[in-house]
Write a protein that binds this ligand. Structure first.
Ligand code: TXA
Ligand code: MG
Length: 339
């Protein structure tokens, strides 16, 4: 299959491909999504095949606005509308009871047979246009091969998906750079199942009590978002995530690793002091937004055959830093080394 590279002005073409059951990688503010009409069971099945995604991992549906909540969900609490008003379009899918009586309904393949569905309104003009023109909800996981870092540019989508999907819509690099905050509104108080671009602090400011899913904080707990239990976001190289209070400690640890095959992912302004090693900076330690925007692209850039080990300096967990650390920890096989 020849994968088309579409421009934002070709949203109509993308919508047509989706309506006829094809797959299109779409830009969002978080990461690129691998989209299909959520109502076309065969197209949704292809998403799982193309990504190599486990069947028990449900997909988020992407919609044009809050009016879609009532259409695809039931027992929608008033909180959902307050959240949508404040954060949509934006990186906040809401997990709600799925209305199974639509005509046609959302197929079980999208929700992996769960009683709930995650609904998100993405903040990207081209993709919002595609959703409106397609006139159907768009099921879209991140547009990467399962297990690999998510894609934040059209070039990275083509790297993983070229020849396997009908088109990639090039909407430029993703602003947030890592996936959305999944909020479960069927739990009381609401629960964050995956940290992301909307921070816990922002949610608590609006709603008061908001919990983190125990699967995110306690070792051994099964996470409620099925996708959070898999090894994920990982380059081929072994990733070591090091939390330490000074650049000096970080450099000293790096010095103990062999030069050959080692890459260092450090903070901006601290690139010196790693003689003989491949060095890449992904942002300043005290500014989580740029770190989030760069982290996946940086892991992909270092994912070359010559690199077998990547040492990463762990940022603070405040704000979107919580999501950055969550993804890096997964890339590192669940461990943070503290010094
Ligand atoms: O930012 C994002 O959310 C991106 C863009 C493309 O929108 N999408 C994304 O999709 O990250 P994906 O499939 O890579 O991750 C979706 C996560 C998975 O961990 C999945 O298990 C969880 O959402 N999820 C989906 N539906 C769910 C539900 N009903 N209940 C709990 N978790 C759900
Ligand atoms: Mg994903």
């Amino acid at each position: 299959m020849n994968t088309l590279l579409l421009q934002p002005s070709e949203a109509g073409r993308a919508a047509e491909i989706l309506r006829s059951g094809g797959l299109v990688a779409l830009p969002t503010e978080t990461v690129y999504g691998l989209g299909a009409s959520a109502l076309e069971e065969a197209a949704v099945k292809r998403i799982f095949e193309v990504k190599g995604r486990p069947q028990d991992n449900p997909l988020i549906i992407h919609v044009a606005g809050p009016e879609a909540l009532e259409e695809w969900c039931r027992e929608v609490p008033e909180t959902a509308y307050r959240l949508a008003e404040r954060f949509w379009p934006g990186p906040l899918p809401l997990v709600l009871k799925c209305r199974k009586t639509g005509d046609p309904p959302i197929p079980d393949r999208v929700t992996a047979g769960l009683d709930t569905v995650a609904v998100r309104c993405p903040d990207h003009p081209a993709t919002l246009e595609v959703i409106r023109l397609a006139g159907v909800p768009i099921a879209a996981p991140s547009a990467n091969l399962s297990g690999k870092p998510s894609t934040t540019t059209a070039r990275h989508c083509l790297h993983d998906l070229s020849g396997k999907v009908e088109a990639v819509l090039d909407g430029g690099p993703c602003r947030v750079g890592l996936e959305s905050t999944i909020l479960d509104l069927t739990a009381a108080p609401p629960r964050v199942l995956r940290p992301g671009g909307v921070t816990l602090e922002q949610l608590r400011e609006l709603l008061g009590a908001v919990e983190l899913d125990p699967g995110l904080v306690k070792p051994g707990e099964t996470p409620k978002a099925p996708g959070m239990k898999y090894r994920h976001y990982a380059p081929a190289a072994q990733v070591t995530l090091l939390r330490c209070d000074s650049g000096e400690t970080f450099r000293a640890y790096a010095a103990g690793l062999p030069d050959e095959g080692t890459a260092v992912l450090c903070w901006t302004g601290e690139e010196g002091g790693f003689p003989g090693k491949r060095v890449l900076a992904y942002g300043r330690g005290d500014e989580p937004e740029p770190l989030a925007a760069n982290v996946f692209a940086a892991l992909r850039e270092l994912d070359t055959p010559e690199i077998s080990r990547i040492l990463v300096r762990c940022p603070e967990e405040a704000g979107v830093g919580l999501a950055v650390v969550n993804r890096l920890k997964k890339a590192a096989g669940g461990k943070i080394l503290c010094m």
